[in-house]
Write a protein of this length. Structure first.
Length: 75
């Protein structure tokens, strides 16, 4: 699944809204959109920019942001 997910992200139209693509990939892979975003970050894909990979530093920023969003949702 990981290789396919990364390929799908990198092949995506950069004009696609990220949330739309997260939802589409979640449906295709039988996961939640949150799980897809988390996996994409681990695969060094920039979850804010369809078709783009990211540096380890950017991946760390995205991971921290995602964790903060999850924590706020649980509060």
């Amino acid at each position: 699944m990981e290789a396919e997910l990364r390929e799908q992200w990198l092949a995506a139209d950069p004009d696609t809204a990220p949330g739309t693509l997260h939802d589409r990939l979640a449906e295709q892979h039988g996961r939640s959109a949150g799980a897809i975003r988390s996996r994409l970050i681990k695969l060094r894909c920039d979850i804010d920019a369809p078709g783009q990979s990211c540096t380890p530093e950017r991946a760390a920023e995205l991971k921290a942001r995602l964790e903060a969003e999850y924590a706020a949702a649980r509060a």
